[in-house]
Design a protein around this ligand. Structure first.
Ligand code: PGA
Length: 243
């Protein structure tokens, strides 16, 4: 794992967007997994700008969504579906056949997990996974205590995830379960970028980078990834001893 500290959120997001465009220039049929949420929002905006300016062809990539709130419909603007549709798919004219998101309204969520697991395998594995980090150290909905060995799965949400998650919704949402890629996917991804910005993430970044590697703090798995990059701004780096 490598640590990269940027002067601010803008330069961090710019670097992350560049990682994606450079990957696709070298591998037009790359498999890319992105997280939704506040952290990657600017990365997505800058990605759209770069792709248009540099005329990068994304029509051959396979897009995988990291996770979704179980029972939240895709037209709810707090859903991950809504985020990806509006931040990426519509502005970049992605075709439905290249976008793969969990259907969290499905009556058979186990089947949804199998479907996404198979798509990843059939397309040769994830080339780049870009994730954020929750206030409890989760990645996607890999909540504290989750096995490092899971692929896609359905999981009960941690109390922190349920309360912090309300920030995405205009009215109180009932959040109980999540459907998510697993940490085995993260371990097998050819490259992983974990992004964090702002002072509120300084504590979880310290645990991620300098804490014990434990499934009680899932993001600590980043320390074991040979091609993992923790990309943060100065504020999120504030508590690190070695920087
Ligand atoms: P955020 O979410 O980017 O909205 O802070 C991070 C997460 O919970 O994974």
């Amino acid at each position: 794992m490598q640590l990269k500290i940027y002067k601010d959120y803008q330069s961090l997001s710019d670097a992350a967007a560049t990682e994606i465009t450079e990957l696709v220039k070298n591998k037009p049929n790359a498999v890319i997994c992105l997280a939704s949420g506040e952290t990657p929002r600017l990365t997505c905006k800058l990605l759209v700008e770069k792709v248009k300016k540099e005329k990068v062809d994304l029509s051959h990539i396979t897009f995988i969504g990291l996770d979704e709130w179980v029972g939240i419909p895709p037209d709810n603007d707090g859903s991950c579906h809504y985020f990806f549709q509006n931040e990426i798919f519509k502005p970049l004219h992605f075709s439905a056949s290249q976008t793969n998101l969990f259907d969290a309204m499905s009556g058979n969520l186990e089947e949804e997990c199998k479907k996404i697991d198979s798509i990843i395998v059939e397309n040769g594995g994830i080339d780049l996974m870009l994730v954020g980090i929750g206030m409890n150290g989760h990645i996607g909905f890999n909540e504290p205590g989750v096995s490092f060995d899971y692929y896609a799965h359905v999981i009960d949400l941690d109390d922190t995830t349920v309360s912090v998650g309300q920030k995405y919704f205009k009215t109180t949402a009932t959040l109980k379960e999540g459907i998510t890629l697993g940490l085995k996917h993260l371990q097998e991804s050819k490259k992983v970028l974990l992004l964090a910005n702002g002072a509120k993430k300084a504590g979880v970044i310290k645990k991620t980078v300098e804490g014990e590697i434990t499934n009680e703090f899932p993001a600590s798995i980043m320390q074991t990834h040979p091609n993992g990059f923790v990309m943060i701004d100065k504020e999120a780096a504030a508590l690190l001893e070695n920087k």
